[in-house]
Design a protein around this ligand. Structure first.
Ligand code: GTP
Ligand code: MG
Length: 143
């Protein structure tokens, strides 16, 4: 999910492009201004953290772009593309390492496992995703 700062800074295309170029397949996407309640559900595992109120305020400060990317090992691959939670610890070449500085404005969310990805897909895309064959896959994966 591209967070409100990523949308406002015009980084949607850049971020999508990085996922596409890696070989992942886009199967769902939407622009939305999610409610506080929706984001509290999304980040429910962090509810007891001291930064939780500021995280919810940040995440409701503007529209986000929610996406589902599919591919072999997509969750861990996605996290590699993102970099570390703290942008200053993120290597150049990662999204956070290239485009941001602050943990409270770190541009993008990525599911941290296949299990949380499934939970988050159910929350953000209750009508499911679009399954299709990506023709370039035969050039991305060893045949
Ligand atoms: P997400 O992909 O957004 O879930 O980030 P993450 O998995 O790298 O980190 P985590 O799930 O632990 O935290 C969720 C978000 O809360 C982070 O991306 C930050 O925006 C914010 N956050 C996490 N830890 C801190 C912190 O110590 N201070 C502040 N201000 N924000 C934090
Ligand atoms: Mg997380």
């Amino acid at each position: 999910m591209i967070k409100p700062d990523g949308v406002q800074r015009g980084l949607v295309g850049e971020i999508i492009s990085r996922f596409e170029r890696r070989g992942l397949k886009l199967v769902a996407i939407k622009v939305e201004s999610p409610s506080k309640e929706h984001l509290e559900k999304h980040y429910s595992d962090l509810a007891s953290k001291p930064f939780f109120p500021s995280l919810i305020k940040y995440m409701t400060s503007g529209p986000v772009v929610a996406m589902v990317w599919e591919g072999r090992g997509a969750a861990s691959l996605g996290r590699q593309l993102l970099g570390q939670t703290n942008p200053t610890a993120s290597a150049p070449g990662t999204i956070r390492g290239d485009f941001c500085i602050d943990m409270g404005s770190n541009l993008i969310h990525g599911s941290d496992s296949q299990e949380s990805a499934q939970k988050e897909i159910d929350l953000w895309f209750p009508n499911g995703v679009t399954e299709y064959q990506l023709d370039s896959a035969k050039w991305v994966y060893e045949q």
